[in-house]
Design a binder for this molecule. Structure first.
Ligand SMILES: [Zn+2]
Ligand SMILES: [Zn+2]
Length: 854
């Protein structure tokens, strides 16, 4: 397949463009070695490396991942060294200017993984490298002032007529000829006791520029997060009688005496911030106290749910069999990938814990991925109890400083187990032994912004490269993973078929809403549901009510003309939230008070329809006045830590009923919950997404799994309008394999994964016609490339309006690419990206391995 009519990017104006075949590993040592530098600039056509000579003084210090300053046309730009070559291109080469950081930002393994991500997800290497570099070292603009060649020739005395310029010149010399402009201004101001304005300093710099003695240089670098240190104090001089010194000082300098006594009592150093600063300074002057810098780590707070027993449990036979395979592979240093299909409450977490202990015993590190760390406090608690300080936490809710520190602890081997959300798969673990992916099927493993990687796929690739073990667990594995495991496609199937202590699965009753009369205050509950809840309240047991829609009512409609209120920027109806009494769009920030009159017919009868968690909570509270009801959805957990608070409170029995969205579907393990009620199982079943049935099955199974996890037996009631749908029937029977067999047939018939690889192309524009035109243009390009509608090894569907036709003010059209293998798909997407390089105002999203089809 060619790319007819494609415009290829051309070499930039700077160094010399490399072809990929020239890129090699570190060949330092030879005088003939040149560095290949990836320039840090936004334009797409510079996402390749350029060759530079290495100044002799730097040959020993430059390595893969070094951040360097290079000449690029008339500019000086920051770049990263991504390779070395001993073959000089047939043009005159420039030298790189300087090394910006002694510490390389990534190593060859991380670079290779980033290259793989860029290749598979059709993103720029620069974007992929962001994933493997420490968080918080994102680049920001900076300006430096440097002494020019001319400036180096002159004597300081020649500037004697201009004292300020002379001072700046002197400062520049003392810092090696170059200094950050902001630092320089500060230093000059400090010497003037703050009596000097910034503009006065800048004027002096400008004066030096005019004389050609200094120049300003601009670049992009300097981390926003970095190491944090603190000043600490300690007593100095062995064998002195500190008590006596303190005694002597206590009359004249009380606070100095106090500092000495505090330091005597302390076994180690004390942060200066906790002592009297002036007293410490005075003591330091007298040589009694030494002040030094100490590195501090910002250790993140973490959610936890009560006490966890740190002891390992003896494995069951099924757990033991899986652990055996893990240990053998680890011991032999062999790559092995296992899918653990373990029913809910079958003890998957214990398998993870012991598998990681086995890796530790072999001196190897581990990464544990969870879909969303805030939603799995119990699991994090168990890992912390078992592994203590060797555990590092990485997720997006940490501050930049906390993430930087955790990243560094991992990179230095001080923490050898990482637990985190999807981006933790890029953690700089040394000697990686095992990667655990919990709830493998979760869509949170897909990043929905560039680079749009799928963490489970990256995990598989990373363990393959490290000869490590991949352990992916789920009660409801993705159909793709299960199919691969059944066909031994680089993945083996293992099972945990029974619940711990052979507890029975909770019986699931289907309630057919087509024939059932709904009752209760507000009319959302069947008779059976109400009786079951009343029964639990009487016995002092707890109930979970699940509804995957937040808000009060899911749409607001005029009863006179049937007009539904919609978001003006998105093609969705507005949801009414009783708290705040506003209608909100769940896709953008738009919100609006409820109007008194219908804007369409000026009628008064505006009604609230559809059921959200807020309304269910209200109805339940009115129905069971004595009961305490808690609610958990995105609205109630927006505050940091709120999720854990609600769970802890529910776990302590402070509420009888918990109403929630899918947030309550996972990770919740509470002994006193004996009833789970699903109020409307059909939400999501009919969305135009080939995974709709799979998602419904997964959600029902996960929610049902929350019941009866301890001694008390549980019960699940499911209200549905589709009691015969296979996703609901098989979930009722807790029969994953039956679901899988029906689902895989549909996938094969309709040509969806795992039988093809997918890329979803979305064309979005504020102007609907422009969006459609660009999509049509893409269609023509594909046809020119030999890719046709529903035909051939690579084929496409569309263009068609996306299900969410308008989102945040932009119209959206979609095309779906299907290919028999990933390589063909990647090539097609890349060729198309080059052909469609300029799409005007239309933004094109290229999503390989898409999860979001809307
Ligand atoms: Zn109306
Ligand atoms: Zn909206």
């Amino acid at each position: 397949m060619g790319a007819a009519g494609c415009s290829r990017p051309t070499a930039g104006e700077g160094g010399t463009l490399n072809s990929p075949s020239q890129q090699q590993g570190n060949l330092l040592g030879s005088d003939e070695t040149y560095a290949q530098v990836l320039i840090d600039r936004a334009a797409r056509d510079v996402d390749r490396s350029f060759t530079y000579k290495i100044p002799p003084l730097l040959t020993e210090r430059i390595t893969i991942g070094s951040r360097v300053l290079v000449p690029f046309g008339p500019q000086k730009l920051v770049g990263d060294v991504v390779g070395f070559t001993d073959q000089a291109p047939p043009v005159k080469l420039k030298s790189l200017i300087k090394l910006l950081d002694e510490q390389p930002l990534f190593d060859i393994e991380q670079l290779d993984l980033a290259r793989w991500v860029a290749q598979r997800y059709c993103c720029r290497l620069r974007e992929a490298l962001r994933l493997v570099t420490p968080p918080g070292v994102s680049r920001s603009r900076f300006t430096t002032v440097a002494v020019t060649d001319e400036g180096r020739q002159i004597e300081l005395a020649q500037l004697s007529g201009a004292p300020r310029q002379s001072q700046i010149f002197d400062l520049l010399h003392s810092s090696g000829g170059e200094e950050n402009l902001d630092n320089l201004v500060q230093r000059v101001q400090q010497t003037a006791d703050g009596k000097l304005s910034r503009s006065a300093v800048l004027a002096a710099v400008h004066g030096l520029e005019e004389k050609g003695l200094v120049e300003r240089r601009r670049g992009l670098t300097r981390p926003t997060a970095g190491r944090r240190t603190q000043q600490v104090a300690q007593l100095c001089g062995e064998g002195r009688d500190w008590a006596e010194v303190a005694e002597q000082l206590s009359a004249s300098a009380t606070r100095q005496a106090e500092v000495i006594r505090a330091l005597m009592e302390s076994d180690s150093v004390i942060p200066v911030a906790k002592l009297s600063r002036s007293a410490v300074a005075a003591l330091a002057d007298k040589g009694i106290v030494r002040v030094s810098e100490q590195r501090i780590y910002r250790i993140p707070d973490e959610p936890g749910l009560g006490n966890v027993d740190p002891e390992a449990l003896p494995p069951t036979a099924a757990q033991g069999a899986i652990l055996q395979r893990v240990k053998q592979a680890l011991h032999a240093g062999r790559h092995e990938a296992l899918l653990v299909h373990g029913v809910t409450a079958s003890g998957k977490t214990e398998v993870y814990l012991q598998a990681i202990e086995a890796a530790q015993a072999e001196g190897r590190s581990a990464i544990v991925l969870v879909p969303e760390i805030a939603l799995t406090p119990q699991m994090v608690g168990r890992f912390r109890a078992r592994f203590g300080d060797s555990l590092a936490l990485l997720h997006s809710a940490l501050s930049a400083g906390e993430r930087y520190d955790e990243w560094e602890r991992v990179g230095r081997g001080e923490a050898d187990i990482v637990i985190g959300a999807r981006s933790a798969i890029f953690a700089p673990c040394r000697n990686l032994g095992i990667v655990v992916v919990d709830e493998e099927h979760e869509h949170a493993y897909k990043q929905e912004s560039a680079p749009r990687y799928l963490a489970t796929a990256v995990a598989a690739e990373r363990v393959r490269r490290s000869n490590a073990v991949l352990l992916m667990g789920s009660a409801t594995p993705s159909v793709e993973a299960y199919w691969r495991a059944c066909h031994e496609d680089g993945l083996s199937l293992t099972t945990l078929p029974e619940r711990i202590d052979s507890r029975p699965f909770p019986p699931v009753q289907i309630i057919d809403l087509r024939t059932e009369t709904l009752m209760g205050k507000g009319g959302s509950f069947s008779q059976m549901m109400l009786e079951a809840i009343a029964d639990r309240l009487e016995r002092g047991e707890q109930t979970i009510l699940f509804l995957n829609r937040r808000g009060f009512s899911t749409f607001v409609m005029c009863r006179d003309c049937g007009d539904v209120l919609r978001c003006p920027d998105c093609t969705v109806s507005l949801t009414y939230h009783h708290a705040g009494r506003r209608m909100r769009c769940h896709h953008c920030d738009y919100s609006l008070p409820v109007p008194d009159l219908c804007s369409n017919c000026e009628g008064y009868d505006i009604g609230f329809h559809g059921l959200g968690t807020e309304r269910v909570t209200d109805q339940i509270e009115r129905e069971f006045e004595a009961a305490t009801v808690a609610r958990m959805d995105r609205d109630t957990v927006s505050r940091k830590g709120a999720h854990g608070d609600i769970l802890r409170s529910f776990a302590r029995g402070e509420a009888d009923i918990l109403v929630g969205t899918q947030m309550i579907a996972k990770g919740l393990d509470l002994a006193n919950v004996t009833l789970v009620g699903v109020l409307n199982a059909d939400v999501g079943l009919h969305t135009p997404d080939f995974r709709a049935a799979e998602r419904t099955f997964q959600l029902l199974t996960q929610v049902a799994g929350r019941a009866g996890r301890a001694e008390k037996p549980g019960e699940v009631l499911v209200q549905t309008y589709n009691p015969d749908h296979y996703a609901i029937v098989t979930a009722q029977k807790h029969d994953y394999v039956a679901f899988y067999e029906l689902e895989i047939r549909a996938r094969r018939h309709n040509l969806y994964p795992p039988f093809v690889e997918l890329a979803n192309l979305v064309f979005q524009d504020e102007d609907e016609e422009d969006a459609l035109n660009t999509a049509r243009q893409a269609e023509v390009c594909l046809q020119d490339m030999g890719v046709f509608f529903k035909k051939g090894e690579v084929q496409f569907l569309g263009p068609a309006p996306a299900p969410l036709h308008k989102l945040r003010g932009r119209y959206r059209y979609q095309m779906l690419l299907k290919a028999t293998d990933m390589e063909h798909l990647n090539q097609t997407v890349r060729d198309l990206m080059e052909t469609l390089a300029d799409t005007g105002s239309t933004q094109v999203v290229y999503d390989v391995e898409p999860m979001d089809m809307m």
